[in-house]
Design a protein around this ligand. Structure first.
Ligand code: FE2
Length: 439
């Protein structure tokens, strides 16, 4: 256990340190950036528990009246019969959000600032939607048109998976690199994806509200349904002293079906034939936290039978620099017993995929869990890999471009197999992993 704790802490420090040494503890010269929210912002569409018919939407708006209604309608597909319905209206649940108040942060010009983003958080849960349908939506008082897609009830779909781009306004190249990577994936796909997935660390400091706000203005966020999770960077503020899952919770409208304290952060949803179970690594650092999460995962998988089970968390399964164990030994017995098909992680900033594993051994596709962790995607915070000194039997492929790593994956779900392909920024396939159905 002592060895494990050491490895765990090393991972957090290695992957999570955002130049904390350079952060002044109490910078009296920091400007007060009273960035009052002046209109609709930080808008995102997330899958509901049944993503074929339910989508949740989060947006933020100024305090006071207005901005509390959303209008949505299916988009007509050329060559098919037009939808006759008028836009439907949904009224938001509203609450004042103070989670981001008085946060030490950075301006785009690199100045030390405090952010005071007072706003109302609005959420709606849209139900009884049509499966496999592109919807457009607008928010009262705002001119922007945004889009989301519902899942098919069953059958094939494709998702993009990205992580670890640490959006940080003084260094806009990070976000640009990640969005260009998504452009590349979308052009390979030949169409927008059915679903976008991120595995955490989308912000350098989740406590810096302006980073979320800027990120969600990207077309990839405005025009897609996103299922994300809480990374250690999303969970932290600049001082690393006010860390909380409230930053993720209040910038998303994930289903509220997680365990106590993790509602809207840990969650599950059904997307076509896949049960996705989403975890918060920050809540599983202790043995007690891990036990609570595992008890919940076991119940969720047993209560929601599905053809495929995919579990996602931020931390890596293996330290890909050497192949050393990280979260793999903490989860493998649970995944074996539940027949989990795919375990997706991130955080290490190095890609790694395994063969199918069961009982600590390599087995045939369809007879074990495949573990994959995404690389970083910001062209800046990547890290090298060394020789594979551990788990050489289990690990199929590792990949990194050093400090300037940019990569992401396409998940192609077919009737009887799931194929995950890692691409580099040029769109070259780096690794292809196929899992077979066993249910
Ligand atoms: Fe990261």
């Amino acid at each position: 256990m002592r060895k494990f704790l050491f490895l765990f802490c090393a991972a957090v420090v290695a992957a999570g340190s955002m130049s904390l040494a350079s952060v002044a503890n109490n910078d009296v010269n920091a400007a007060e950036a009273v960035e009052a929210v002046s209109g609709v912002c930080t808008v995102i569409a997330n899958p509901g528990e049944n993503a074929a018919t339910e989508v949740n939407i989060n947006w933020h708006s100024p305090q006071g009246k207005g901005f509390d209604k959303l209008y949505y309608s299916p988009v007509d597909v050329p060559g098919t019969k037009p939808h006759k319905t008028k836009p439907q209206k949904a009224k938001a649940s509203r609450e004042l959000c103070t989670a981001f108040d008085s946060m030490y942060s950075k301006s785009p010009a690199g100045e030390n600032i405090y952010e005071y983003p007072h706003f109302v958080r609005n959420t709606v849960s849209l139900k009884k939607l049509r499966p496999s349908t592109l919807y457009r939506y607008t928010i009262a008082g705002d001119t922007a048109v945004r889009y989301f897609r519902t899942a098919p009830e069953s059958g094939p779909f494709r998702a993009a998976i990205i992580s670890d781009f640490h959006s940080y306004s003084p260094l806009p190249g990070r976000q640009r690199a990640a969005m260009a990577m998504l452009d590349t994936l979308e052009s390979i796909n030949g169409a927008p994806f059915d679903l976008m997935i991120h595995l955490g660390d989308v912000c350098a400091w989740g406590g810096s509200y302006s980073f979320w706000k800027n990120l969600y203005e990207e077309p990839h966020f405005k025009n897609n349904t996103w299922a994300g999770l809480n990374g250690n960077h999303d969970n932290m503020d600049r001082t690393n002293k006010r860390n909380t899952n409230q930053f993720f919770r209040n910038t998303n409208a994930a289903p509220l079906n997680g365990y106590p304290g993790e509602e809207g952060v840990c969650y599950f949803f059904r997307y076509a034939d896949v049960l996705f179970v989403v975890l918060n690594s920050e809540s599983m650092r202790s043995d007690e936290g891990l036990a609570r999460a595992q008890e919940w995962v076991q119940k969720v998988v047993k209560d929601n039978p599905a053809k495929w089970v995919v579990v996602m968390e931020h931390y890596q399964w293996f330290f890909a620099e050497s192949g050393k164990d990280s979260q793999y030994p903490r989860w493998c017995e649970v995944f074996d017993s539940l027949g989990v098909d795919l375990a997706l992680g991130a955080n290490n900033h190095r890609y790694a995929s395994t063969h199918p594993l069961s009982g600590g051994r390599v087995v045939a596709p369809g007879e074990g869990t495949i573990y994959i962790q995404t690389p970083s995607a910001d062209n800046e915070r990547g890290v090298d890999i060394d020789s594979l000194a551990y788990n050489a039997d289990k690990i199929k492929k590792r990949w990194s471009e050093g400090a300037h790593t940019v990569g992401a994956m396409i998940m192609d779900v077919a009737d009887d197999e799931i194929t995950l392909t890692l691409y580099d920024r040029q769109g070259r396939p780096i690794d292809v992993t196929t899992q077979k159905s066993h249910r």
